[in-house]
Design a protein around this ligand. Structure first.
Ligand SMILES: [Cu+2]
Length: 109
């Protein structure tokens, strides 16, 4: 029975590692949809990597318009973009094509 449990734990651990191949601990995913971000508000700790994944059909981008640092993705219709937040503060983020409706906030503590 102990061997069976050990095997199940090993299998579950392997599955968890496969599910998160590159990001490691401290990562969050945001969906880039037509035409909104999901979630609209994200609260994270400093050092967390946020990965935006394009899930809609229309072109979108991720652009910081307010906060401790600025960054932006290209405008595209698929794929992903990631950013590691190293400074605390509140980041105002939007898609410049669908602003002001398509926006979100990332709060970094
Ligand atoms: Cu957009």
């Amino acid at each position: 029975m102990k061997k069976l449990i050990a095997a199940l734990v090993a299998a579950a651990t392997a599955a968890a590692l496969l599910a998160a191949p590159t990001l490691g601990a401290g990562s969050r995913t945001v969906s880039v949809k037509d035409n909104r971000f999901g979630p609209r508000t994200l609260t994270i700790h400093r050092g967390t990597t946020v990965r935006w994944v394009w899930r809609g059909r229309a072109p979108h981008n991720v652009t910081v318009t307010g906060g401790p640092s600025r960054f932006r993705s290209s405008t595209k219709t698929s794929g992903s973009y990631r950013h590691r937040f190293t400074k605390r503060g509140t980041y105002r983020i939007l898609c410049t094509i669908h602003a002001p409706g398509m926006r979100m906030t990332v709060k970094v503590s």
